[in-house]
Design a protein around this ligand. Structure first.
Ligand code: PMT
Length: 396
C-alpha cells in the first residue's frame, strides 16, 4: 500500500518513544521505506538498534557522525521524505521548530524539508497546556504543520489528563491519508469562502466577527489534496493558505460578493463557510468620527446574501452552505437549506465546546435535501472538511 513512499519518523525523548516501535513496524508492513531519526534523549528510552532492525535502515542520531554515504544526510532525508512524522513529539521539538531552531539532526531535517510534517505530541498535561507550548502549536498549525491531538488518560508521571500519545491506529491513518490522498476530486473546480468580513465605520474603526478562517482553509486543503482545483476567497485572517490553492483576498461583504460572483460559473462545487456580515454601516465616514457627549447611533443597511443569490443563479453547481447557530440548530439550518436552495448545509452550534469560531475542532451536522442528517462528532477541522467532501461526493 505504501510501496514507493518514503517516510521519515522522528522519535524524541519521552516515555511514549516505545510506541514509535509499533508505529514504525506497522508502516514498514504497509510497504513504506522508513528512515528513523532519534534525538539523543530518545535513545535513553529505546535503543537505536530496535529501529534499525524494524526498518532495515541505519538510524540517524548525530549531525556529525562519519557519513555512511557521500551525501549531506539531513538534506537527503529531508528531500526524500513524502511524510515526516514526529512521534512522540516533545514540547522541546515543537518549540524548536516553531522558533526556527535547527541544532540537531531532527530539527535540521524538519527545517530543510518541504514534505508534510505531522507532530503527534505526548507530554505531561500541565506541560501540554502550558501557554507557550500551545502558542507554539498554534503558530505551527497556522504555518501548515499538522498535529494529531494527544488523548486524555493516565500518564506515565501518574497525572490524569490530556497529553497521552494518541492511538497508534490514528497515527497510521493520518500518515496514510497524507501519503496516499484520495484523488476523487480530480478535474473538479471547487470554490470555498473562508474567514470574516470587515465593514468600515470610519478610517480607524470597523465591525467584524470571530471567524478565524480555519474551517474554510481546512476545506481548501482537503479538497486540494484530493485533486480539486481550488479557489479560496478569504476575508482577513492570520492563516497561510494551503499550497497549490488560488487565493483571492477580500475585506467587506460587498467585496466578497464581487469575488464570488466573478468566479462561481466555472465551479463544480461551491462551499460557503465564510461568516458574512448581514449588515454594513450605511454611510461610512471618510474621516475619523470624533466623540461627542451622549450616545452614537450608526445606521446599518443589509448586505447582499451571497449564498442566497448563488441559490437562484446556480446551474449544475453543488451548493453547500454553513449555518452558525446558537439555538434551534436543526430548525434554522434546515430553513436555510430550503430558502437558499442548497444541496447540503453544514450546521454548527457555535456555543458548543470545541466547535465553531476560532476552534481547531468542530462538531457539525450535515443535512441534505432529502432531509438525511449525519452528525460528525468533535474532530479536527481538517477531518471535518474531509467528511463534508465525502458527503458531497455521495449527493444524488
Ligand atoms: O472561521 P472559523 O473560526 O474556523 O469558524 C468557522 C465558522 C463558525 C465561521 C463556520 O463553521 C461557519 O459556521 N460558517 C458560517 C457562518 C455564517 O455566517 O453563518 P450564517 O448562518 O450567518 O450564514 C448562513 C450561510 O449564508 C453561510 O454559508 C454564509 O456564508 C452565507 N451568507 C450569510 C450572510 C450573507 N450576507 N451572505 C452569505 O453568503
Amino acid at each position: 500500500m505504501l510501496k514507493g513512499k518514503n517516510i521519515v519518523v522522528g522519535v524524541t525523548g519521552g516515555v511514549a518513544a516505545y510506541k514509535a516501535c509499533d508505529i514504525v513496524s506497522r508502516l514498514k508492513k504497509l510497504g513504506a521505506e522508513i528512515n528513523v531519526i532519534m534525538t539523543h534523549s530518545a535513545t535513553e528510552f529505546v535503543q537505536p538498534q530496535t529501529f534499525q532492525a524494524l526498518t532495515q535502515n541505519p538510524v540517524t542520531i548525530d549531525m556529525f557522525e562519519t557519513p555512511r554515504y557521500w551525501e549531506i544526510e539531513h538534506i537527503s532525508l529531508a528531500q526524500k521524505a513524502d511524510v515526516l512524522l514526529v512521534a512522540p513529539a516533545t514540547a522541546n521539538i515543537i518549540g524548536k521548530v516553531a522558533n526556527g531552531i535547527a541544532d540537531d539532526m531532527l530539527s535540521t531535517t524538519i527545517m530543510a524539508s518541504t514534505a508534510k510534517v505531522v507532530f503527534a505530541p505526548a507530554m505531561n498535561t500541565k506541560m501540554y497546556q502550558n501557554v507557550i507550548v500551545q502558542e507554539n502549536i498554534k503558530k505551527l498549525k497556522a504555518l501548515g504543520y499538522s498535529f494529531i491531538n494527544p488523548d486524555s488518560g493516565r500518564l506515565a508521571c501518574g497525572d490524569i489528563g490530556e497529553g497521552k500519545l494518541c492511538e497508534v491506529e490514528k497515527i497510521i491513518d493520518t500518515v496514510l491519508a497524507i501519503a496516499l490522498p484520495k484523488q476523487d476530486l480530480q478535474d473538479k473546480n471547487l470554490l470555498v469562502t473562508a474567514g470574516p468580513t470587515v465593514e468600515t465605520i470610519d478610517p480607524v474603526r470597523f465591525i467584524t466577527n470571530h471567524s478565524s478562517g480555519k474551517m474554510g482553509y481546512a476545506i481548501a486543503e482537503a479538497a486540494q489534496s484530493r485533486g480539486a482545483k481550488v479557489t479560496l476567497i478569504s476575508g482577513p485572517t492570520n492563516l497561510h493558505p494551503p499550497k497549490g490553492v488560488d487565493v483571492i483576498s477580500t475585506t467587506s461583504a460587498l467585496n466578497m460578493y464581487d469575488a464570488v460572483m466573478g468566479h462561481y460559473q466555472q465551479q463544480d462545487i461551491i462551499i460557503k463557510s465564510a461568516a458574512v456580515a448581514d449588515y454594513r454601516p450605511e454611510n461610512p465616514s471618510d474621516i475619523k468620527v470624533k466623540k461627542q457627549d451622549g450616545t452614537l447611533s450608526i445606521n446599518f443597511v443589509r448586505n447582499p446574501d451571497i449564498l442566497m443569490e448563488l441559490g437562484t443563479k446556480k446551474t449544475n453547481q453543488i451548493l453547500v452552505g454553513f449555518a452558525a447557530e446558537t439555538n434551534n440548530l436543526m430548525e434554522y439550518a434546515t430553513g436555510k437549506l430550503v430558502k437558499k436552495n442548497l444541496d447540503l448545509i453544514v450546521a454548527n452550534d457555535v456555543t458548543e465546546n470545541g466547535a465553531g469560531f476560532g476552534a481547531d475542532t468542530n462538531i457539525v451536522h450535515l443535512i441534505d435535501r432529502q432531509g438525511n442528517q449525519t452528525k460528525i462528532e468533535k474532530a479536527s477541522k481538517l477531518e471535518i472538511a474531509h467528511k463534508i467532501l465525502d458527503k458531497i461526493l455521495q449527493l444524488k
